[in-house]
Structures are given as structure tokens and as C-alpha cells.
Design a protein around this ligand. Structure first.
Ligand code: RB5
Length: 142
């Protein structure tokens, strides 16, 4: 269970970020929104970096990143050693990314997913724990 959920998005993920933020606040999660705050174009690597910086000193926090596809922002985030960002398009991927990969960041595509599926993915990601055991050895090799 993450202590706080940090959100960060470019303009392509802005609407979905806002939807996910409302969903999490309604469920009483502690949320930290790092932007962006409008549809004005911004560069997704900058938003991946600000979330990565935040998680560096807050190991008990989880993150959710958004861009148009989720691809660029997850690529950028995974350049940071302490980040394991999982780009998920199904609920099963979200569950496995936690159970097997100990993902600490979920990446979503705001122009790819419909809202209902995105929220199901978020819920699954946040309620699922790392299974450790044999998976720890593999995660440690990353
Ligand atoms: C921005 O137009 C778009 O390229 C970005 O949100 C993302 O999809 C990149 O991977």
C-alpha cells in the first residue's frame, strides 16, 4: 500500500489525470498533483523527471504518469534507477506489474484508454502487493 500517490502528466494525459485525481480523492487517497494544469503543450520528459525526483526521497509513495499514449512518459521515467514504471492497458497488466515487477509507477495513455478501464487499472494497481519471493531476485537484476 502506497502512503501517497503522486500524479504527473503532459497535456496529452491532462484530462485523464484530472479524472484519476477526482477518483482517488473520493477514495480518500493522499494525492500530490505535479501538473500539468492545462492543455497547453509541455514536454513529457520534464513531468517524468519531477515525479521521479519526488519518489527519490519518498520511497513509500507511488506514482501515476500520463501522456497521450503513456509510452514517452514511461520511457523517460524508466531512465531513473529508482523508478519501475509500468505502462498498462489492461487490468491484468496492472496486477502483474505489482505482483511480479514491484512497479512503483503506473503509466497510462490519456488518448488510448477509456475512462472506465483507466480507473479499473488504477484501482487494481493500488490494491495489489508485490509477491516478492522468486520475483525479488529478478527485480534486483534490473
Ligand atoms: C504529445 O502530443 C504526445 O506525443 C505525448 O503525450 C505522448 O503520447 C508521447 O509519448
Amino acid at each position: 500500500m502506497f502512503k501517497k500517490i503522486v500524479l504527473s502528466s503532459d497535456h496529452g494525459g491532462f484530462y485523464l489525470k484530472e479524472t484519476v485525481k477526482k477518483f482517488l480523492v473520493n477514495k480518500n487517497f493522499e494525492v500530490d498533483d505535479l501538473g500539468c494544469n492545462s492543455l497547453d503543450p509541455v514536454d513529457y520528459p520534464d513531468y517524468a523527471k519531477s515525479l521521479s525526483d519526488k519518489l527519490k526521497n519518498n520511497k513509500d509513495h507511488g506514482g501515476i504518469l500520463f501522456c497521450g499514449t503513456g509510452i514517452g512518459i514511461s520511457m523517460a521515467a524508466n531512465r531513473f534507477k529508482h523508478i519501475r514504471a509500468a505502462l498498462c492497458t489492461t487490468v491484468e497488466m496492472a496486477a502483474k506489474s505489482r505482483k511480479h515487477n514491484d512497479a512503483n509507477v503506473l503509466a497510462l495513455g490519456g488518448r488510448i484508454l477509456d475512462e472506465g478501464l483507466a480507473l479499473d487499472i488504477v484501482e487494481e494497481f493500488l490494491k495489489t502487493d508485490f509477491e516478492a519471493g522468486r520475483h525479488s531476485l529478478r527485480v534486483n537484476k534490473i
